[in-house]
Design a protein around this ligand. Structure first.
Ligand SMILES: C[S@@+](CC[C@H](N)C(=O)[O-])C[C@H]1O[C@@H](n2cnc3c(N)ncnc32)[C@H](O)[C@@H]1O
Length: 358
């Protein structure tokens, strides 16, 4: 998924620090700004118990599907219901129920609903985030999930697994260059492909994992773990504004949207870490409250919290080591001609700050 700060391609870098520093091979791994959950998923697969958190609802959907949920869903109630009328016991592979349900959703006829009206060219506002057909298919599918949930035909994890798949599939066909801060005037080829859900790669586990949708600074004092991984926003682009349509798909709350891009109100989801006047205090407060043996923090050399401030703040917990890696810029940022970067080329330096807490 295209997501600002997605660490999918930096997992090896994070792993190399975990290994070099001889961190415990199991225990509790806290990912307090989990976003796509890619880092949390990686360490769940390695056998850690995960505590994940992020204040965005779409991230909470991913946390439900990939972190809290430990099983392949059986959809017992749904498959017994009128639309399917299948005895789940007659199915051979454990993935079959999920495939059958996703197949059913992929064949639903489209409906003109909230996404069509607000984000498709023939909708009331003529925005071009999704093709007309895809917007209608997204509306029909999201509506169906809501109905199944209200009718008690899917349990909590079944609902979130389907919703995670829907959000991924919608994001795949969105007519954007990386964020929902703007739509493209010309249709990119992926946006004209049909909206198609696929079965998510779920992670089976015998361990309990915990998930939250809270402000990181409010929750950190209540969490106790071994490794504290921090990946805060590093620039002034608010996630709530840049991923507003994913938030609406997750909440399905019919918001009063406004402006050129149909933004939902997001005052309550503004991050201090994306505000120059607030980020240092927020970071110092977070580190002050952290109760773990090790701290790993991802950041980059263009971040709005100054390097020296990070070193001083972390330095109060123990000796700080800094690991670096050159990295290609998040694609949409390159496309903005009027943005000015401290580093003039296409590369940013990714950093990992490491502290063994005294
Ligand atoms: C750099 S991204 C994390 C990316 C993640 N590691 C990944 O690989 O997808 C930062 C995340 O912090 C979340 N966030 C920002 N401020 C927050 C806060 N005060 N409390 C909780 N989450 C916050 C954003 O919603 C965003 O998902």
């Amino acid at each position: 998924m295209k997501y600002i700060g997605n660490k999918q391609r930096l997992l090896d870098f994070i792993d190399s620090v975990v290994q070099k520093e001889g961190l415990p091979q199991n225990g509790i791994f806290i990912d307090i700004f989990t976003g796509t959950t890619n880092v949390a998923q990686h360490y769940k697969k390695k056998g850690y118990r995960i505590i994940a958190n992020d204040f965005m609802t779409y991230s909470y959907v991913f946390q439900q599907a990939y972190i809290k949920n430990n099983q392949v869903p059986k959809f017992n109630n749904l498959l017994h219901s009128r639309n399917f009328n299948i005895n789940p016991k007659s199915l051979k592979s454990k993935y079959e129920p999920l495939k059958i349900v996703i197949d059913y959703l992929n064949k639903l006829p489209g409906k003109k609903g909230f996404i069509f009206q607000n984000y498709a060219p023939d909708g009331k506002f003529k925005r071009q985030f999704f093709s007309n057909e895809n917007a209608m298919r997204i509306d029909a599918t999201r509506g169906q999930l809501d109905k199944w949930e209200k009718d008690g035909l899917v349990n909590e994890s079944e609902f979130y697994i389907l919703l995670a798949s829907l959000i991924d599939a919608a994001d795949f066909v969105a007519n954007i260059s990386g964020t929902y801060g703007a739509y493209l005037k010309i249709w990119r080829s992926m946006a004209l492909k049909p909206f198609t859900m696929s079965a998510p790669n779920l992670i089976e586990s015998n361990l309990e994992h915990w998930i939250y949708q809270e402000d990181s600074n409010k929750i950190i004092g209540d969490l106790k773990g071994d490794i504290f991984y921090i990946d805060p926003p590093y620039n002034t682009r608010q996630y709530a504004a840049n991923f507003h349509i994913l938030e609406t798909l997750a909440r399905w709350d019919n918001p009063q949207v406004y402006g050129k891009t149909g933004l939902r109100p997001y005052e309550e989801q503004k991050s201090a870490y994306s505000q120059r006047t607030k980020c240092e205090d927020a970071f110092a407060d977070l580190i002050n409250k952290a109760r773990t043996d090790y701290i790993l923090m991802s950041y980059n050399n263009e971040g709005i919290i100054p390097h020296k401030f990070i070193l001083d703040t972390l330095g109060r917990k123990g000796e700080v080591k800094v690991y670096t890696k050159n990295y290609r810029r998040f694609r949409t940022e390159r496309d903005h001609e009027n943005r000015h970067y401290k580093v003039p080329d296409d590369k940013v330096q990714e950093l990992i700050y490491f502290v063994k807490v005294r």
